[in-house]
Design a protein. Structure first.
Length: 688
C-alpha cells in the first residue's frame, strides 16, 4: 500500500471517530438500500415460485451480526411441489442450507402441489469483522444461479437492530428451565376424561397424567379397553360428566400427552383469573417427525366458528358442561362458549396431541356441530368442509334481511395503468361493484376534491352517487371519511378506498353475516394484489407497531392453522375495505382526525375494542387492491407519536398474535427459531 493511500485510510478512520453512531448507522442503511432485492417475493423464471427469508437482528438489507449471520425460511415451486435450491455467496465462499421440517408450510400450501415435510431452509454464514456483502442466490430452471437478495452485514458493533424492542408480559408463561411446583393450595380439581380410540398409546396418556406435579382428581376412560382397572370407566362422555365430583372436566384423546406441569398451570390460571369457565393452553404435535407447535390466540369467538382452535388441553367447568349435550369436542367448545365468555388462555405449550389440530377426525360431526351453532344463534345457512381432510369449515350464512349498506369512498379521481388497462380508479371501482356484486340494496357516498375532472364528476352523478365535497387544503383521509359518514343513510357502512375491485360476488353478504353478530364491531376483507398474492388478511401488533400479517404470501395460502383461509379475530383490519354498523361508527366518533394519514384505521378498530367489541377478518369477502395507487404511501412522524401515546400501552401485547413465538418482521406467523427440541414438552421450559 502506498504512503498516500495509507495516510488517506488513517484520515478516514480519524474522521469516523467524530461521526455519531446514529449517523453511522443511518449512512449504512442508505448504502444498504442500493443493494436491491427483497426478503420475500416471486422467483424469476417460475410461474408460481415463491420465497420468504428471515434474518434475525436485521433491518433488511442491513444486518447486524456477531461474526455469523443466520438465515432461515423457504423457497418453493408451488406448481411442482418442489424445493428451490438456495445458497449464500460471500468472500468466504458459498454456504448451502440444511433442510428443516416445516409442517406449517405443508398445511398452509396444501391447495397447491404437495410439499415434502423438509421444505424449510436454515443456514449460518460466517462474516468478517466490519462490513460483508452477502448474496442470496436461487437456482433457476435454466440452471443459472440468480441473486434474489443482497445483504450488508455489519459485524463487531455493539448495536443490535432489535435492541430495546418492547416485549409485553405474557400471562402464565414460565421462564428458565425450572419446573413449576405443586405449591398451589386450595386450587380447582380436575376430572380427566380420555376417549380411548383403540390406539396402542393410551399408556402414554396415562403416564403423562400420573406424572403431573398437580395431581388429577379423577381419571375416567371411555371406550372398550380392559387394561385400565385402576381407573374408572364410563360408557359415554355424558355419563363421565354426570358422575364427576370435580371443578373442571378436561377431555383428551388416547395418545395425547400432558406436560408435567399442565394441570398446575391450568389451575393457577383459573385461580388468577377469577374462576373462569373455560381454560385452554397451547399445544403441539409430532406427526411430521418434529414438534409442530400451535400458539393460539386469546379468546376468539369468530375464529372458533371456522376451526376448533381451543383444541387441547381445554378444561370446562363441570357444572357448565352438565347443561350441555355435546356430541364431540368441537360441539363442546361451541356450546360451552355460547353460555359464557369467561375464557382464559394460558400461553404455554402444555399438551402434545396424538393427531395434528388441523386434521379432520370426523368432519360430518364437526359440520353438524356448526349447523347446531347456527340454529341456536338463530342464523340461517349451510356448513361445508373447506378442504378435504382438514378441520377447517365454512359457514355460508344468509344475512338477516337486506339492510341498506352505504359504501363510503374518498377519492382523488386519479387514473392509473394496470397491465394493459388505463383506468379511472373511482369510476372503475363503482362499475366493478355494481357489475359484480350480488347485493343490491346499496348507496354510494363519494367524497371528492375540488379539482376532480368534470367528466369523472358527471359519471359519478350518472351512477347515482351522493357527492360530498372536501374543501380543506390539507390532505386528511380521516376527515374525508367522516364527511362521508355524516351523509350516509345506511344501517351499515362500507368504508373503502377507490383502488378496489371485488372478486367474490357475495362479498357484501359475507361481511354482513359477520357484522350482524352483536359482539362484532368491524369486519375486514381478504385483499390481494393484481398478481394474486396477499395484500391484507389481518393486522397484528409486532413490538408495538401494527403491520399486515402474511403480506405477499401466495393467494391460496391457508395461513397458520387456517389464519388466512377461515374467519379470524385480529387486533385490527385495514381500512382499505371494512364494514361496520353505522351506530357503532358514530358511537366511537368515526375516524380520529388527528390521525389524518397514518394509523387511523387501526385506531378505529381499537376504539371499537374499547367497547368490548371484536374485530373480524372474513376471507370469503375477497377483493383486488391496487394499494395506494391513488396516492404515494407516506408515514407522518407526528401521527406516529400521537398513535403511540394513545395506544402504546395496549400494543405491547397483541392478544391474537404471540410475538414471543413469532418475533420476525414482517409478521407472518413464522416461528423463530424454527426448530423445537422434542424434550421441551417435559423440560418445564416454555416452547418458543
Amino acid at each position: 500500500m502506498s504512503l498516500n493511500a495509507s495516510a488517506k485510510q488513517a484520515g478516514f478512520r480519524a474522521l469516523a471517530r467524530f461521526i455519531p453512531l446514529r449517523l453511522k448507522l443511518r449512512i449504512l442503511e442508505i448504502l444498504a438500500r442500493f443493494l436491491g432485492g427483497k426478503s420475500y417475493g416471486a422467483l424469476p423464471g417460475l410461474k408460481n415460485g415463491r420465497y420468504r427469508l428471515t434474518i434475525p437482528d436485521s433491518n433488511v438489507p442491513l444486518v447486524f451480526a456477531n461474526r455469523t449471520v443466520r438465515i432461515y425460511g423457504w423457497a418453493v415451486d408451488l406448481d411442482e411441489g418442489t424445493i428451490i435450491p438456495l445458497r449464500v455467496r460471500s468472500h468466504h465462499g458459498i454456504v448451502e442450507p440444511q433442510l428443516v421440517h416445516r409442517p406449517d408450510l405443508v398445511t398452509a400450501f396444501t391447495c397447491y402441489a404437495p410439499l415434502p415435510s423438509r421444505c424449510g431452509i436454515d443456514l449460518t454464514v460466517p462474516v468478517s469483522f466490519g462490513l460483508s456483502l452477502l448474496r442470496v442466490q436461487a437456482l433457476l430452471p435454466d440452471g443459472q444461479w440468480a441473486t434474489i437478495l443482497r445483504l450488508l452485514a455489519v459485524s463487531g458493533t455493539a448495536r443490535r437492530a432489535n435492541a430495546g424492542a418492547a416485549v409485553g408480559s405474557v400471562t402464565g408463561t414460565s421462564t428458565g428451565t425450572e419446573r413449576p411446583t405443586s405449591a398451589l393450595r386450595q386450587g380447582p380439581s380436575f376430572t380427566i376424561i380420555i376417549d380411548d380410540v383403540g390406539r396402542s398409546d393410551l399408556a402414554s396418556t396415562l403416564a403423562s397424567i400420573d406424572g403431573q406435579t398437580y395431581a388429577a382428581g379423577e381419571i375416567i376412560v371411555l371406550g372398550p379397553t380392559t387394561s385400565v382397572s385402576r381407573y374408572r370407566r364410563a360408557e359415554s362422555f355424558e355419563e363421565a360428566v354426570r358422575t364427576s365430583a370435580h371443578t373442571f372436566v378436561l377431555p383428551l384423546r388416547s395418545g395425547d400427552r400432558l406436560r408435567a406441569d399442565a394441570l398446575d398451570q391450568l389451575a393457577r390460571a383459573a385461580v388468577a383469573n377469577n374462576d373462569p369457565d373455560v381454560v385452554y393452553a397451547d399445544e403441539d404435535d409430532d406427526q411430521a417427525g418434529e414438534p409442530a407447535p400451535y400458539f393460539k390466540p386469546d379468546w376468539s369467538p369468530d375464529t372458533l366458528e371456522g376451526f376448533n382452535y381451543l383444541g387441547a388441553p381445554a378444561c370446562y367447568r363441570t357444572e357448565l358442561v352438565r347443561l350441555l349435550q355435546a356430541a364431540n369436542p368441537y360441539d363442546l367448545a361451541l356450546r360451552a362458549t355460547e353460555l359464557t365468555t369467561k375464557v382464559v388462555h394460558v400461553e404455554i405449550v402444555l399438551c402434545r396431541r396424538s393427531v395434528a389440530a388441523t386434521v379432520a377426525l370426523d368432519p360430518a360431526a364437526d359440520s353438524a356441530a356448526l349447523e347446531g351453532r347456527l340454529l341456536r344463534t338463530q342464523r340461517t345457512g349451510t356448513v361445508e368442509q373447506s378442504f378435504p381432510g382438514l378441520a377447517c369449515y365454512e359457514s355460508r350464512v344468509v344475512p338477516n334481511g337486506t339492510p341498506l349498506v352505504s359504501i363510503v369512498i374518498p377519492t382523488a379521481a386519479r387514473e392509473i395503468t394496470v397491465g394493459n388497462r388505463r383506468i379511472d380508479l373511482i369510476v372503475n371501482c363503482l362499475r366493478a361493484i355494481k357489475g359484480s356484486s350480488s347485493y343490491d340494496n346499496i348507496e354510494f357516498v363519494i367524497i371528492i376534491n375540488s379539482d376532480i375532472p368534470s367528466l369523472t364528476l358527471a359519471t359519478l352523478k350518472h351512477l347515482g352517487c351522493t357527492i360530498v365535497r372536501y374543501e380543506h387544503p390539507v390532505f386528511n383521509v380521516a376527515r374525508k371519511i367522516n364527511l362521508g359518514i355524516a351523509q350516509a343513510k345506511g344501517e351499515y357502512l362500507i368504508l373503502m378506498n377507490d383502488d378496489i375491485e371485488p372478486i367474490s360476488p357475495d362479498w357484501i353478504e359475507s361481511l354482513l353475516s359477520q357484522a350482524q353478530k352483536k359482539h362484532v364491531g368491524v369486519v375486514g376483507t381478504k385483499l390481494v394484489y393484481p398478481a394474486g398474492d396477499l395484500q391484507h388478511v389481518g393486522v397484528v401488533a409486532l413490538r408495538g407497531d401494527p403491520d399486515h400479517v402474511r403480506q405477499h404470501y401466495p393467494g391460496r395460502d391457508l395461513g397458520y392453522f387456517f389464519s388466512t383461509a377461515a374467519p379470524r379475530n385480529y387486533l385490527a383490519v385495514t381500512g382499505a375495505c371494512t364494514l361496520v354498523r353505522a351506530d357503532l361508527c358514530r358511537l366511537v366518533g368515526g375516524y380520529t382526525e388527528e390521525l389524518g394519514v397514518s394509523f387511523n384505521d387501526v385506531d378505529f378498530c381499537l376504539k371499537l375494542r374499547e367497547h368490548g367489541l371484536f374485530v373480524v377478518y372474513e376471507p370469503r369477502a375477497q377483493l383486488t387492491h391496487f394499494e395506494s395507487a391513488s396516492r404515494v404511501v407516506s408515514l407522518d412522524e407526528g401521527e406516529l407519536v400521537t398513535f403511540r401515546r394513545r395506544w402504546g400501552d395496549q400494543l405491547t401485547r397483541d392478544p391474537f398474535y404471540n410475538h414471543s413465538a413469532f418475533p420476525s418482521a414482517p409478521p407472518g406467523f413464522e416461528l423463530w427459531p424454527p426448530d423445537i427440541e422434542d424434550s421441551d414438552l417435559q423440560s418445564g421450559r416454555p416452547v418458543r
